[in-house]
Design a protein around this ligand. Sequence first.
Ligand code: PLP
Length: 423
Amino acid sequence: MHHFAYRNGTLFCENAPLDGIARELGTPAYVYSDATIRRHYAVLADAFEGVPLLIAYAVKANGNLGVIATLAALGAGADVVSGGELERAIAAGVPGGRIVFSGVGKTRAEIDLALKHRIKQFNVESRPELERLSQAAQAMGVRAPVALRVNPHIEAGGHAHISTGSAEHKFGVAWHEAEDLYALAGRLPGLDPCGVAVHIGSQITRIAPMREAFTKVVSLARSLNAKGFSITRVDFGGGLAIPYAPDDEPDSPAAYARMAREVLGDLDVELILEPGRMIMGNAGVLISRVEYVKERDGRTFVVVDAGMNDLIRPALYGAYHEILPVRAPEKGAVLKAVDVVGPICESTDRFAKNRPMPPLKEGDLVAFMSAGAYGASLASQYNARPTVAEVLVRGDACAVVRRRPTFDEMIALESAPDWIELG
Ligand SMILES: *Cc1c(COP(=O)(O)O)cnc(C)c1O
């Protein structure tokens, strides 16, 4: 469910027409719906009513300050994977006590920063990381709350590039070594092993593999408690899929929650979830203007002003995004198969191939749907294009939550070596 719909022939975000936003701000631009973000958060929170729960929003899905702040105000925490994301979450108002730190490559500086902010939990991914965290905590005279991220050796069934839970992947500690590593964490100074964590991938459309993973996590937690540990939380990660195409029907958040509650049973723990895509995916669109319609060799290329640097998912994963004209097509409009491409000098800069589209002409606006997650956060300045702008809509109010940088700002961090005199 989302709040993007046609009204009187124009595509709106809540009560704001997208063509008005494009006129004011220019294109390309991401447009996010506040009501959709809040709805997705509520769907998950409500489904777990009665369970002690922290929804630690996965900042990497969309790290915009306005987005994180919106979620923080609802009571969300943050799942971060770098010092930069940690500082972003803090700046957006997430208290340290609601921040979980994931990732296989935490540097000492990042660990120190997280300890300083007294974060809720380190999701540790290896033995050397345990040792590094122990040293850092000892040096600071604090105890670091630790969950081990276990690799349950499960095929999540999603796209190969975004599944993370089998042995060939770099993520997590081996299932068969987990108990030994908890014993080590119990002996090392400065560590409080208090949680078990898992995250098996992203865009997982069926809950069966998740059930398998969560069952392993819960049985590990029970076994550790029987050995005298005090496991007070389990972290089931993120990964819930969203519909991208009109006929996609991933298993629902409600079914996911039913399953998770069933697997938890009477285990007395706080549940941590790390949803990213499920919150933001369908809460955002990328609007773009048609620059040219180019006919060549019997093909039609619709060249738009958004590129793979603004939305890389199609180029990176062959991902599908629905593309809607902002002005609704006339009744009976004949669809024609076209390639929708960007201006970047790469052949993978193509959003759709042979996609049946209503007639489009120079100057028309289109919206790439379901682009709120892994859109802006993966954007770059490739081809020296200004980082895409972002707008948050609430009702008919629009806030520019990231403005486009000027060319001067983009160049400002660079300089020619001092042995060259710029003319
Ligand atoms: C990416 C990631 C998430 C979020 O995944 P979604 O599929 O966006 O829900 C959660 N936890 C970890 C550790 C991640 O790497």
